[in-house]
Design a protein around this ligand. Structure first.
Ligand code: AMP
Ligand code: ZN
Length: 486
């Protein structure tokens, strides 16, 4: 097992040696998407960064339980218990049931993660599937004296909590300043303190997503779901809690407060936050409306794009920045990533064609060590990429007959590429995968042709409809059958 891993802990504001609570087991919780609309590329950056971390922890020999939730209830437009419910608003707009909205955008999110070749999490719990766990946790917080009910809504008592715990431990903000800067909001007369936030919110007559509770009909506040679900699947204390940096000040601050008020324990040993993907310097966000959808990027169908970029190009572009640095989105940067990724893949495709020699000019262990060292240094992917280009240089040198590599070193080179390019970065060669898809489809079309000739229409229809559900359309003509992506 890899014991040299260091990661930056937002809680302590420094890099720390990673020492899991219960090695070799590692528990990691990442706040997932709010599924009332499509995920944009900024959201994808956060989830792909944690995919890299998940993959590297597994590569390092840990047995990882990766929990990434789906927020499908309780998310009001404002951060502070104000505004409309995002799901209900969207449901009205699209003339759908709120759970149809949830289903539509959850499936869309899964499709995007698959296209980016991200591994599915070990558990993907939903807020609506864990209402009773959230109610139990709220009851416990009330029993412990850190929450109170007013008129069917339950508030967390920040003042009481902060007399015993450090409420701003994650961001190091000054509580007095926070109080001074907090606006008066509706519902303020129900709250004892200005910073108090809702754990359970009383339903209005028009509220669509509603559940019974000891405090009447209502719905959970946004923050409680993550405290309840992380405790359920990872325990009161687990190793890593992650999300985008924008979540630290409110959502994660409140999560820590809720969990401590319930179990008297700091829920996660390490808090990790990814930095933002920006467009012309401003954060890409759903509410600012400057979000690029992954589909727009792949097709190039967006006013700010000069052409489309493939999913692996985009992923490679993201990993060329460290997850804690901002990353600005531009055509030029993506163009450069496209060239870089192609150069890497062209070299990777030459690997099997290289001949080993009796003599050897290269030290592959040195490159592998540098890659491991970079990943151990808080998952420094840009440094790994620089090292991978050193491997590219070696492959091209050997291929051009300008250097020789021995059989054992060639095996090490193959392992280096396999481990870092495919297993840890989760990249894949898009051209090759298209070649594979072509051959598989040729075979399936042949089987369908044979079925039709045998008048086995049930099988031929099953193939056609099955492919259709995967987004592949078959077209029969006199010349034969062709396929296209729907
Ligand atoms: P949401 O669906 O809005 O709850 O966001 C899902 C995840 O994406 C959260 O972890 C956010 O912090 C993260 N996120 C939102 N905007 C960006 C961005 N521009 N860059 C990187 N991550 C983001
Ligand atoms: Zn969360």
């Amino acid at each position: 097992m890899n014991t040299g891993l260091q990661l930056y802990n937002t809680l302590t504001r420094k890099k720390e040696i990673f020492e899991p609570l219960n090695a070799p087991n590692v528990g990691i919780y990442v706040c997932g998407p709010t599924v009332y609309s499509d995920v944009h590329l900024g959201n994808c950056r956060t989830f792909l960064s944690f995919d890299l971390i998940f993959r590297y922890l597994k590569y390092s020999g840990y047995k990882v339980r990766y929990v990434r939730n789906i927020t499908d209830a309780g998310h009001l437009e404002g951060d502070r218990d104000e505004g409309d419910d995002k799901f209900a608003k969207r449901a009205k707009l699209e003339q759908l049931e709120p759970m149809e909205i949830v289903q539509k955008y959850t499936l869309g999110f899964h499709d995007v993660m698959r296209v980016f070749n991200a591994l599915p999490p070990s558990i993907e719990p939903t807020a609506t599937g864990h209402i009773s766990e959230q109610i139990e946790m709220i009851k416990e917080i009330i029993n412990n004296g850190y929450a109170y009910e007013t008129n069917g809504t339950v508030y967390f008592d920040v003042e009481k909590y902060s007399s015993e715990y450090n409420y701003t431990i994650l961001t190091n903000r000054n509580l007095e300043d926070m109080l001074a800067n907090t606006r008066e909001l509706s519902g303020q007369d129900e709250k004892r303190g200005r910073l108090d936030f809702a754990l359970w919110i009383k339903a209005k007559p028009e509220t669509l997503m509603r559940w019974p509770s000891p405090w009447g009909i209502g719905f959970p506040g946004w923050h409680i779901e993550c405290s309840a679900m992380s405790a359920k699947y990872l325990g009161d204390q687990f190793d890593i809690h992650g999300g985008g940096m924008d979540l630290a000040a409110t959502h994660h601050t409140n999560e820590i407060a809720q969990s401590e008020a319930c179990s008297h324990k700091q829920p996660a040993k390490y808090w990790m936050h990814t930095n933002m993907l920006t467009v012309n310097g401003s954060r890409m966000s759903k509410s600012l409306g400057n979000g690029f959808l992954p589909g727009e990027l792949f097709t190039g169908d967006h006013p700010l794009l000069t052409k489309g970029f493939s999913p692996m190009t985009v992923k490679f572009f993201m990993f060329q920045a460290h997850y804690r640095s901002t990353l600005d989105f531009s055509n030029e940067a993506l163009d450069a990533s496209e060239k870089g990724f192609r150069k890497l893949m062209n070299a990777v495709n030459l690997l099997d064609k290289l001949n080993a020699s009796e003599t050897n000019d290269f030290d592959i262990d040195a490159i592998t060590d540098k890659c491991v060292k970079a990943m151990n240094d808080d998952f420094n992917s840009p440094v790994v990429i620089a090292e991978l280009f050193e491997a590219v240089r070696i492959i091209n040198t050997v291929h051009d007959g300008k250097g020789s590599i021995s059989a054992p070193e060639l095996e090490k080179l193959k392992k280096l590429i396999n481990d870092f390019v495919f297993d840890i970065f989760g990249l894949k060669d898009e051209d090759t995968s298209n070649l594979e898809l072509n051959s598989v489809l040729d075979l399936v079309i042949d089987i369908r042709k044979a079925a039709k000739e045998n008048k086995d229409y049930a099988t031929s229809d099953k193939i056609r409809l099955g492919l259709q559900s995967m987004g592949i359309q078959l077209k029969d003509s006199k010349e034969g059958t062709t396929w296209s992506k729907a």
